[in-house]
Design a protein around this ligand. Sequence first.
Ligand code: TPP
Ligand code: MG
Length: 617
Amino acid sequence: MNDMTKAAANANAAVESTPRFGSDCMAEMLRALDIPYIALTPGASFRGLHDSLVNYLGNARPELLLCVHEEHAVALAHGYARVTGRPLAVALHANVGLMHATMAIFNAWCDRIPMLMLGGVGPMDAVARRPWVDWIHTSSDMAALVRDYTKWDDQPASVAASLESILRGYRIATTAPQGPVYVCLDAGLQEEAVASPPPLPPLERYPAPRAVDPPSQAVAEIAAALARAQRPLFLIGRVANDRDSFARRVELAERIGARVITDLKTAASFPTPHPLHPFPAGIYISAEAGAMVRDADVILSLDWVDLAGSLRQACHGQLPSANVIQCSLDSYLHRGWSKDYQSLPPAEIFVLADPDRLVHALLASVPVPLRANALPAPASTAAEADDQADDQADDQADALPSRDDARISIAAMARVTSSTLATHKPSYVRLPLGWPGECCRFAEPLDFIGFDGGGGIGSGPGMTVGAALALRGSGRLPVAVLGDGDYLMGLTALWTAVHYRIPLLIVVSNNQSFFNDELHQERMARMRGRPIENRWVGLRMDDPPLDLAQLARGQGATGYGPVHDTAALQTALDSAIRDVDAGATCVIDVRVAPEYARAVSSALLRHIPNENDKGAQ
Ligand SMILES: Cc1ncc(C[n+]2csc(CCOP(=O)(O)OP(=O)(O)O)c2C)c(N)n1
Ligand SMILES: [Mg+2]
């Protein structure tokens, strides 16, 4: 019996066999869908459902995961789905709970994460409302708060309709392109006594829709284009994380002899040590990877996030000379409010298909290797080498007075951390912007889980807990390297990990600042001829210094640090690995120097000039 089932057994279960209330039926529907957990922060708008989950289903399948903030509940479901590909349910209290959850929902939306969010509202029948609180926590259109960044929503008006709505929501959330859905359950319906409960819809009559293969004509054209190509290049973005799909991508790249670029916004999708993957993955296209983009004559994008932006970055604002093939279903989700669909990509061939299905089909069309060996990767240009030298010189010139205490460089922290963890099968849930490429060695799916989707800081701890829950018992060590800002915004998510005995390791890259924005303030000051020494004002968090390890210990986790040098980091890592192996939730506070690699800073701060915008940098 694992800890979660023990927790379920500990509940004073008076499990009944026949549903008596509307929410008993709703809870049964969740069980029929085989949803293992429902993350929540409690609220009276779903007290009926809460009671049914505990006292009707016995707090098992789904089992409650108590979170101390709704943002953590959604982030947890996000991290879980990143690992398993499967949705969790999340219960969100009327108005205020949903409001708390919004940033995490936006992250999940941008990351195309399946999630079944259940809200409470009302009672919609005003006569049944309690004074005051039911009125402030009732809205005419609750889903309006999140409609622009959810895939679908509903507020069913009967118990029977609620069952259909939950089933439909599950199917929509899990159909590609995936996304979070929101079903708002009237508190009146949840609490309604049902004399003759509506039957659950028979799931075999409502199967998941079958995915469609890419059109054979398009597959033939793409296969021919790749066969003709002299310097084919794959950009691998949002794809499946199962081993078979991973292996098929390798097989296809080898048969075609295509070079490959992967990305840190998405999970490990191709072995980075493979000779066809010559340069490390990054959040932005590196100078070396950019040279490969410019050198390529055919580019196949497997749902690369921000294809147009990456091509423009690589080609200095110009269109690439290569023919571009885009394979993505994402345009099915594009809406007006959010611009997370990114710039319109140029593509001679655009296939509206699941990228892994295209890979599958191409393997059948390209049965033999087309090229014996990997193409050598082109060197970056002399101009780029000069730029890099200038950047290094700038680094010297720009250096601000350092703070008195000793700090580790991010590169040194990364080297020690990745080499120490290498033999413990780490799954990196998150890496910070300054993490050096040479420490991103991802040989298998789940070696790296991905990013947050929407750039919403504070999601790191919650996503880590969800990913670690999914990885529990897998033999992998879940590890997240989080900025101190991200950690501080989301740290009470750790309580859930401690409470449910979810082992994980968080290494905080603690520069005692929202440092990303120091770079922006420095840039503003430079552009306006103002003192760059002030770049830290309103951003630095060192007076008083925050005791990050103590904040972990305060929640029952194990906290190490602050560590100021690599020897102390090594010692802390060795102990933390033993602790995590024994089931602990661990945090190491590492004091790092405020710096990113210059190339990262440049990509972060500059928009890409285009032909009409030569002056702006
Ligand atoms: C919710 C939210 N607030 C503000 C920002 C703007 N922002 C982007 S990066 C960043 C700094 C994050 O600090 P930290 O996690 O410590 O990372 P660092 O840049 O210091 O490495 C901020 C505030 C954001 N992306 N999300
Ligand atoms: Mg920071």
